[in-house]
Design a protein around this ligand. Sequence first.
Ligand code: NAI
Length: 247
Amino acid sequence: MADERKTAIVTGASRGIGLAIAKRLAKSGYNIAIVDACPLENSKNAEDEVKALGVDAKAYQCNVADFAAVEQTVKQINDDFGGIYILVNNAGITRDGLLLKMTEENFDAVISVNLKGTFNFIKHTTPFMMKKKEGRVVSISSIVGIEGQAGQVNYSASKAGIIGITKSCAREYASRNITFNAIAPGFVKTPMTDALTDKQKEAIFELIPLKRYGEPEDIANVVNFLCSDDASYITGQVLSVDGGMHM
Ligand code: NAI
């Protein structure tokens, strides 16, 4: 499978923002490793859609929260594609509820997937990036990682943690020519936000100065920019992509 194209790993890429990122990076000519916890047959459509853009793509079933499974999957991706240039930490979950009612299980689940999953993938991909003396890591945080949100103590903590990892790694790996940036989306139309009630969606809409909800492509375009040569002098940054919600 290995060819001259560079490879991008996108976690949580079988749908939503992750799939849009995978397709946008494919349009820029990167081969794509689609990582998702869902069964492989559920990632098949994503794999086909990416391949239709003229690059190599392969789906891998992997729970980002599982340190050993991530190590194994990353090794397999490197073997299959002959290198790893880009990592996009996109996989994420919510388990919303006020702190008063939040269970330990729901706190741990969100931290394990969103925050530890990001650590796991950075930990296991950076050795391959260092070998090639270049790399790009973009992690998907959230506006609530910056501002906090009632009912999302677990989620906002995980997304704030991603900003901490991003800035610390940017400093640690700058001399290795690996950049680390985060994107903080506002409200993006995906299966994740479909779960909100109409009332919740309307309340959020009122807070968006640009007066439209975000599309997955709005996020994917910025990931693509941060992975491009034009962004080679940007590291340790958090870019808000939210229609002006956070200023
Ligand atoms: P989504 O729920 O539509 O897609 C998430 C994907 O991650 C799914 O394919 C799911 O199977 C996968 N996933 C979940 N747990 C996993 C695990 N343990 N291991 C591997 N894959 C796993 O969500 P959406 O909206 O596309 O979100 C993508 C990212 O963007 C998430 O990190 C989310 O927190 C973040 N985000 C989304 C916003 C929105 O408004 N949709 C706003 C701010 C941030």
